[in-house]
Design a protein around this ligand. Structure first.
Ligand code: NAD
Length: 472
């Protein structure tokens, strides 16, 4: 049993002033594995004040100094990769391979930001003026529970590269992972107050960050509904706000696709991170002429998916993060049945032999129309909907008929055709015949999947403000 009752403020782990204690449950065993005492608004104010003090000096650091810090952070996080991986498995049931990837990605973020900064001109001539790219000021970095280490590190990397100090609020559901990441980051030995980390409820610590006049920038990853609250709260003090939000991504199988390679990739896209991924490809669009074949193949592939202990490297789908998430997924499976979709794999209840733990059955529906809840709402569990289309125009129409637009996938053997299709898809990213992200390229959503981009130059510029200096 671990017990976390500290926040990382001004370069030290200090006891929180908040008094609410929350139990942490291992989703694989349902055992209580630890407790966390949540920080409150006063803790948030202390963290913001520390970041504000540190901003003065940190904002004046040179490119070379920031690159050096990013390299130290990369090394420190890399040295903790195994602990980060294991905590993600223990705390939210990430399957081993996914947790392993995230633990490496977390350190890679700092290397990527260093590389971006290296090539970036912080001062440039424009006409008769000089334009300076300056840090926007103290940043609030707010993260969801489904990718704790990755989100904290990618946001922090961009903030450091830009010269912004930060106050980081991970989800209250990821206390252990946040603590391990905080300990790793601390070992990099950055100046006090450059980053501060505290666990607390969104409604108080999160709200304090979103409304504080001393926070200039919010970088938020989470649900669209929370993103709207944060954007509204931030406007009062004109915060710069970047929002990485909910998705309901389409995966389009074109009529020439090689199903032997396309369908395993499409299922990976749908069920990655136990289906708890913003970029999950949860709507599989299939040409009507190939529908029967696809359904048969998908059924065979899904029936063979190993569901179970996420510590086992052969496990593909582990448990959901919490009982609430389990109940949410069950609700959507029932809605699919009520609204007339045809169940072709999985279904309600727990997989045989996995009565303990928040396990669900990887589930696939066919005969889904875009009006059904399962096609419109983000379920955040391993539930895939198959929708049939008549021609490419129809596929585009279905893919774009959503309020979201985070990512889309296309599977085809015709590269040229796919590029044309990509230009018509309303999504921040289109992946063609792959499901791995390109981490140096911008990432973010269109429509209600977000505002702004992370990673690469645009990710850096999200933390910069321009100043034009012209001399007469
Ligand atoms: P959430 O919106 O419930 O919470 C995200 C964070 O916001 C948490 O730290 C929470 O405490 C905080 N928060 C809640 N209310 C707040 C408020 N009023 N003010 C400030 N902060 C507040 O999301 P979640 O359930 O933790 O994560 C799942 C969601 O995140 C899904 O919708 C998923 O698609 C999305 N997500 C998006 C991306 C992306 O890059 N687009 C990546 C991962 C997750």
């Amino acid at each position: 049993m671990w017990n976390i009752n500290q926040a990382y403020i001004d370069g030290a782990f200090v006891p929180v002033q908040g008094t609410e204690v929350v139990e942490c449950i291992n989703p694989t065993t349902e055992a209580v594995i630890g407790t966390v005492t949540l920080a409150n608004r006063d803790d948030a104010k202390r963290a913001i004040a520390a970041a504000q003090r540190a901003q003065v000096e940190f904002g004046r650091t040179t490119k070379a100094e920031r690159i050096d810090m990013l390299k130290r952070l990369q090394a420190a996080v890399l040295a903790s990769a195994e602990e980060i991986r294991d905590s993600a498995i223990e705390e939210y049931g990430a399957p081993f391979a996914r947790a392993q990837w995230v633990s490496q990605y977390a350190s890679q973020c700092f290397a990527n930001a260093a590389r971006t900064l290296e090539d970036y001109e912080l001062v440039r001539p424009v006409g008769g003026a000089r334009v300076f790219m300056e840090p926007v000021g103290v940043a609030g970095l707010i993260a969801p529970w489904n990718s704790t280490a990755g989100t904290i590190c990618s946001k922090l990397a961009s903030a450091i590269a830009a010269g912004c100090t930060s106050v980081i609020k991970p989800s209250e559901l990821s206390a252990l992972q946040a603590q391990i990441v905080a300990q790793a980051l601390d070992r990099a030995g950055l100046p006090n107050g450059v980053f501060n980390i505290l666990l607390g409820r969104g409604s108080d610590v999160g709200d304090e960050i979103s409304t504080s006049p001393h926070i200039a920038k919010i970088s938020f990853t989470g649900s669209t509904s929370t993103g709207k609250l944060i954007a509204r709260a931030g406007i009062e003090t004109m915060k710069r706000v970047s929002l990485a939000l909910t998705g309901k991504s389409a995966a389009i199988v074109l009529d020439d696709a090689d199903l032997d390679t396309a369908l395993p990739m499409a299922l990976n896209a749908a069920f990655m991170n136990n289906g708890q991924a913003c970029v999950a490809g949860t709507r599989l669009l299939v040409p009507r002429s190939r529908l029967k074949d696809v359904i048969e193949r998908v059924k065979t592939l899904v029936d063979a998916i190993v569901v179970g202990n996420p510590n086992d490297p052969t496990t593909v789908v582990g448990p959901l993060v919490s009982l609430a998430q389990y109940n949410r997924v069950q609700h959507f499976i029932r809605r699919g049945l009520e609204q007339g979709a045809t169940l072709i794999a999985g279904g309600e209840g727990k997989p045989v032999g996995l009565e303990k733990g928040f396990f669900v059955r990887p589930t696939v529906f066919a005969d889904v129309s875009n009006e059904m809840d399962i096609a419109r709402e983000e379920i955040f569990g391993p539930v895939l909907s198959i929708l049939a289309y008549d021609n490419e125009d129809h596929a585009i129409e279905i893919a774009n008929a959503t309020i979201y637009g985070l990512q889309a996938y296309v599977f085809t053997q015709r590269q040229d055709g796919a590029q044309h299709l990509a230009s018509r898809l309303l999504a921040g990213t289109v992946l063609i015949n792959r499901i791995a992200p390109e981490l140096l390229a911008p990432f973010g959503g269109v429509k209600q999947s977000g505002i702004g981009r992370e990673f690469g130059v645009l990710g850096l510029e999200a933390f910069l403000e321009t100043k034009t200096v012209a001399v007469g």
